[in-house]
Unconditional design. Structure first.
Ligand code: APR
Length: 257
């Protein structure tokens, strides 16, 4: 990166870090891009998960209810192979803003990988659900995802005691969001002094509408390696990798102690 560009970026980082330092409440909207540095592919980048059209078409509510074997074939391929994943410097920096700098950090994530909680973030709203559990659509009994993994490994359908196939607690295309989680996300972004969007193309609603759902006097920061349709509304836009930018921002915040 040229000398001048580095200087410009550094100045932008310092300015943004100053605002984070002063902020009391920070809402962070994250997407798959914050987890790519943990080895998990995102969805819409050139090597993203949705490049396989059939996989994208199978990850829907209708596919679960009308062709459950195809659903689980692709679901297992897409999401159940993430063994030994760990938080990366981006997740860790967000947790440090909370635990080291004493900020109120509210994470609204579209991710199901649980890496924010693993990094130590305590306020996490999982808009698109999680990979920890699965629920019977008929009797609502909840199971640990281990049961699903074991059934699929044995080439069987993951069945509830009542005989129905259980559904992962992930928000599939055509699924409604959990109303409580959605309300929480709206309240967090509305109350925030800074809204930070990290590693999300901001193409999926209603998550992307949270960018509008903020105070007029709040600061909007977009950290994404590709342009998003909301960049023109942002006070700061960073095109570099989340791990690099957030770690750098955290260390500048520490120096401003
Ligand atoms: N640092 C910063 N940005 C990154 C990085 C990185 N290391 N790696 C990838 N990105 C950016 C990509 O440029 C891309 O624009 O992250 C963005 C991820 O966008 P998507 O793949 O569209 O993922 P996301 O925004 O989370 O998708 C939202 O869509 O398919 C549904 O339910 C799924 O939760 C998902 C939702």
């Amino acid at each position: 990166m040229g000398e001048v560009i580095v200087l410009v970026m550094e100045r932008k980082l310092v300015e943004c870090a100053k605002i984070l330092r002063k902020a009391e409440k920070i809402a962070v909207l994250t997407g798959a891009g914050i987890s790519t540095e943990s080895g998990i592919p995102d969805f819409r980048s050139p090597n993203g998960l949705w490049q396989k059209r059939e996989a994208r078409e199978a990850t829907t509510r209708s596919c679960f209810f009308y062709d459950v074997d195809t659903f689980y074939h692709y679901f297992a391929q897409l999401f159940l192979g993430w063994t030994g994943i760990k938080p990366n410097p981006a997740h860790i920096a967000l947790a440090a803003l909370e635990h080291e700098l004493g900020k109120l950090v509210f994470i609204v994530t579209q991710n199901i990988d649980g890496l924010h909680q693993m990094a130590g973030s305590t306020n996490v709203a999982e808009l698109h659900g999680n990979l920890r559990t699965a629920t019977c659509p008929k009797c609502q009994k909840q199971y640990d995802m281990i049961m699903v993994r074991e059934a699929l490994a044995a080439k069987q359908q993951p069945l509830c005691e009542c005989g129905r196939v259980v559904k992962p607690d992930v928000v599939l295309f055509e699924d409604p969001l959990d109303p409580y989680t959605w309300r929480q996300a709206q309240v967090w972004t509305m109350k925030a002094d800074v809204v930070l969007c990290v590693g999300t193309s901001l193409t999926v609603s209603p998550a992307n509408t949270l960018v509008y759902n903020r105070r007029n006097d709040s600061t909007l920061v977009i950290l994404n390696t590709e342009p998003t349709r909301y960049d023109s509304q942002a006070d700061f836009v960073f095109r570099e990798k989340a791990g690099e930018v957030l770690s750098r921002m955290l260390s500048i915040c520490r120096q401003q102690e």
